[in-house]
Write a protein that binds this ligand. Structure first.
Ligand SMILES: [Zn+2]
Ligand SMILES: [Zn+2]
Ligand SMILES: [Zn+2]
Ligand SMILES: [Zn+2]
Length: 122
């Protein structure tokens, strides 16, 4: 697993989640597809615009019947579920913020990492 903030390789998704919370914030993060530095607020838009052709996920190659199913799926790649003392936690792998529900993590990704995206443009 690749830390999108500092670019270091971390063994598992659990280790990555623990790492990314402590990793210093960056203005730009690495695109997991092309490894270019992209503004944190634009990462999902960058992936959609640069790496999505038709309706295939560029990260796991899953094919969707409709392209609008792709964005909700893409968000899931950046949310890690971990067990902590206080119960389950959901970590945004782009910026390292943690959430107590998956729902709030999804809303966060949408608001923080897809700035300016209009669904109807797709
Ligand atoms: Zn890092
Ligand atoms: Zn890219
Ligand atoms: Zn995928
Ligand atoms: Zn985030």
């Amino acid at each position: 697993m690749l830390c999108l903030k500092c670019g270091s390789e971390v063994g598992s998704i659990g280790e990555l989640a623990a790492h990314v919370v402590r990793c210093p914030s960056q203005v730009n993060v690495l695109c997991p597809v092309c490894k270019e530095r992209v503004a944190t607020g634009q990462l999902l838009i960058h992936i959609l615009q640069k790496h999505v052709s038709s309706s295939v996920c560029p990260l796991c190659r899953t094919r969707f019947k409709q392209s609008k199913q792709l964005l909700p799926h893409l968000r899931e790649h950046f949310i890690a579920e971990i067990e902590s003392k206080g119960g389950k936690k959901y970590i945004c792998l782009i910026c390292g913020r943690d959430f107590t529900s998956k729902r709030s993590a999804r809303v966060h990704v949408l608001k923080a990492h897809e700035k300016g995206w209009k669904e109807e443009r797709s």
